[in-house]
Design a protein around this ligand. Structure first.
Ligand code: PNS
Length: 164
């Protein structure tokens, strides 16, 4: 049985993340989507809010997806979870350098764990949680980029700050 960890901030979950999850569940027996609980990184949504949304969206759709939270080193968490694989999505060349560095560092720390990079659909290659938050904050539409529930939660949390 191959268990993969798909780690990230997921602040918030986007259709790009879901695309990677959809591809991962076809390859691995179990995919654990793991939210990093990093008190240093200021997030818009609390870990509970992120978990709640992910539970509603992912649970009915994918039966071999588990949700979890982690802190500390990703490789320690992967080992503790008996996972053999770390999944990361690569959108564009800009992601490559960071992912390459992280992948090789994780390999140095835990050579038995393999990082698998996946490409999302082209239509999500420019999508990021950071941009989604910025667009909603400035009154733009993120329809088609995030699930409807995420869009609602974003609108609820971020009132538009339009230029005066
Ligand atoms: O969604 P993100 O912010 O791109 O995810 C980054 C994440 C969570 C994968 C990365 O920050 C991480 O693995 N953090 C855990 C700490 C760790 O293991 N650091 C060493 C990496 S070589």
């Amino acid at each position: 049985m191959t268990r993969a960890i798909y780690p990230g901030s997921f602040d918030p979950l986007t259709n790009g993340h879901i695309d990677i999850i959809e591809r991962s569940v076809r390859l691995f027996d179990e995919v654990v989507v793991a939210i990093l609980t990093n008190p240093q990184k200021s997030a818009l949504f609390s870990v509970d809010e992120r978990l709640d949304v992910m539970r509603e969206i992912l649970k009915p759709r994918f039966k071999n997806v588990k949700l979890d939270v982690f802190n500390g080193l990703l490789v320690d968490y992967a080992k503790k979870s008996n996972a053999q694989v770390i999944v990361r999505g690569i959108r564009a060349v800009a992601d490559y350098e960071y992912e390459f560095q992280m992948g090789l560092m994780n390999r140095r720390l835990a050579p038995e764990i393999e990082t698998v990079f996946m490409l999302p659909a082209e239509s999500y290659s420019y999508l990021s949680s950071r941009l989604v938050k910025e667009i909603v904050q400035l009154g733009g539409s993120v329809k088609g980029l995030v699930p409807e529930l995420v869009e609602q939660r974003l609108l609820h949390k971020l009132s538009p700050q339009l230029p005066s």
